[in-house]
Design a protein around this ligand. Structure first.
Ligand SMILES: Cc1ncc(COP(=O)(O)O)c(C=O)c1O
Length: 489
């Protein structure tokens, strides 16, 4: 395939100067730097609503919600104003031994919104511990879980159970409960040992469960009810076996509820999350729900856990918490967990953990304004209508011979590419097929990022439906053109 080296239109001198400085000084995350320095970087200067503008004035739809964060669009007057108002008071004060109005108000709001056992009952997740990224929210949850058992007289419960392919962040602890061969190769000596249970993945089911070819089979493996039921039962049985053997040494199970995001948008079959929660309770192991990606409406409910009536012991939030404005994260804990940290000074039960910018007031003010908007704009109804549009439009790709699966939960979507749909044969990862396909969408005005061979659609939840249709036009047309080119090679 002919691949454009420069994916943005011709650059002005000012942009070239910035590009030279970027190449000289910036080490970009998750970016192969030698290749990066051989290309012209896309430099985003400003944004409005669901559009990003580069330094040369080109406009792009923000199809990744600025890395799965943005909720209401960019430069939202209400959030801008809330941050400005807070700037007029104070930009940062510490929560170590002090408090601040926005962090207090936000904690109360989060506790009121957290998943509940009954719709009218208060959530047991009443305590909010702030940090500043998804990884740090997860890291705090791990330390809380281990210290909880320590303070509760069971110091042997120190281990974690994670799910195959999971992603919980890049700090050492959060890395330990996820796995990606490419990410982890140099760090094997740093991560702590974790027991991994299989996560249901309809494209990579163990051989005995693989769906036989049937004339009435649905378009995609992730829609195959029989396969998904079998997968759910298999994975829960495996988890049950692991718990039988390891529960006495396990502090917590950690799960991305309903959808494993970074693994490639892998949907869990209905009942899987519920089953995991039931097994955790049965074996007296804590459940940590990592809602960093799924939180704040993306799966169609405010939190993914709600769809299976699951109330975790610890819940991690970040990304969309501030509407995608500022770095802020929260680990919500039940009263039961927090109370285990109460004691005399000499007992040293204090949670000795916390970051400098914890509960930053500007970020908390943005988060409060974002929560107001989620309610006042009835955002969840808009998201569910958007999800229905996406399902319907992507149905047009049902006959594409180079797609292996289309997976969707709410407005989180993964379109998995393959060399041959009949055999499911994957592309050689070195060809970076999905990355190159996404690059062809840039000149058409869309920014999206793949995960391996999976094209990820992560529209801004408040994206107007007109723009959503335009985004889907670009994606569907680009996939069709790419697939037709492959057929002609
Ligand atoms: C489920 C999940 N947990 C944790 C993280 C890590 O968040 P951060 O990059 O803010 O540290 C991510 C990031 O994508 C995520 O998807």
């Amino acid at each position: 395939m002919n691949r454009p080296k420069h994916t943005t239109p011709a650059q002005t001198a000012a942009t070239s100067d910035l590009a030279a400085l970027d190449h000289a000084h910036i080490w970009h995350p998750f970016t192969p730097m030698r290749q990066w320095r051989e290309t012209s970087p896309l430099i985003i200067e400003r944004a409005q609503g669901e559009f990003l503008f580069d330094t040369d004035g080109n406009r792009y739809i923000d199809g990744v919600s600025s890395l799965w964060c943005n909720v209401h669009g960019h430069r939202v007057p209400q959030i801008d104003q809330a941050v400005r108002d807070q700037l007029d008071r104070v930009a940062h004060t510490t929560l170590l031994g002090m408090a601040s109005p926005p962090s207090i108000e936000l904690a109360a709001r989060l506790a009121a919104l957290a998943p509940k056992h009954q719709p009218d009952a208060p959530s047991p997740l009443t305590k909010v511990f702030y940090s500043d990224a998804g990884s740090t929210a997860v890291e705090a949850a791990f330390k809380m879980a281990v210290a909880y058992w320590h303070h509760s007289g069971t110091p042997t419960k120190t281990g974690f159970i994670g799910f195959s392919g999971a992603y919980h962040g890049d700090t050492t602890g959060s890395m330990s409960v996820g796995y990606s061969e490419w990410f982890h190769r140099p760090f094997a000596s740093m991560v702590f040992p974790t027991t991994f249970a299989p996560a249901p993945d309809s494209c990579r089911a163990p051989a005995p469960l693989e769906a036989p070819a049937r004339s009435d089979a649905p378009d995609w493996p992730s829609q195959d009810i029989a396969l998904n039921n079998a997968l759910r039962n298999h994975c829960l049985a495996e988890l049950s076996g692991i718990l039988e053997r390891h529960a006495d040494k396990t502090a917590a199970i950690v799960i991305e509820p309903l959808m494993q995001g970074a693994a490639g948008m892998i949907c869990q079959p209905p009942g899987f999350l519920r089953g995991v929660a039931d097994l955790a309770k049965q074996h007296d192991v804590l459940l940590i729900a990592d809602e960093v990606a799924t939180g704040f409406g993306r799966t169609g409910t405010l939190f993914a856990c709600e769809q299976e009536h699951v109330v975790p012991d610890l819940m991690c939030l970040a990304k969309g918490l501030t509407g995608g404005y500022l770095p802020l994260a929260a680990t919500l804990a039940t009263d039961r967990i927090e109370q285990a940290f109460h004691g005399e000074y000499a007992d040293a039960r204090t949670f000795f953990h916390g970051h400098t910018y914890t509960g930053n007031p500007l970020a908390c003010a943005a988060a409060l304004a974002s929560l107001d908007l989620i309610e006042s704009t009835n955002l969840l109804a808009h998201i569910n209508a958007s999800a229905a549009i996406i399902t319907e439009r992507l149905g047009d790709l049902a006959d594409c011979p180079h797609l292996r699966d289309i997976r969707q939960r709410g407005i989180m979507v993964g379109i998995e590419l393959c060399e041959d749909r009949r055999t499911g044969r994957a592309f050689d990862p070195a060809t970076r097929t999905a990355a190159h396909l996404c690059e062809t969408m840039r000149p058409k005005g869309l920014i999206i990022r793949p995960l391996g061979d999976v094209i990820v659609l992560m529209p801004i939840p408040a994206m107007p439906h007109g723009t959503l249709h335009r985004m889907l036009d670009i994606v569907i047309e680009s996939i069709r053109v790419w697939s037709a080119t492959l057929r002609n090679i």
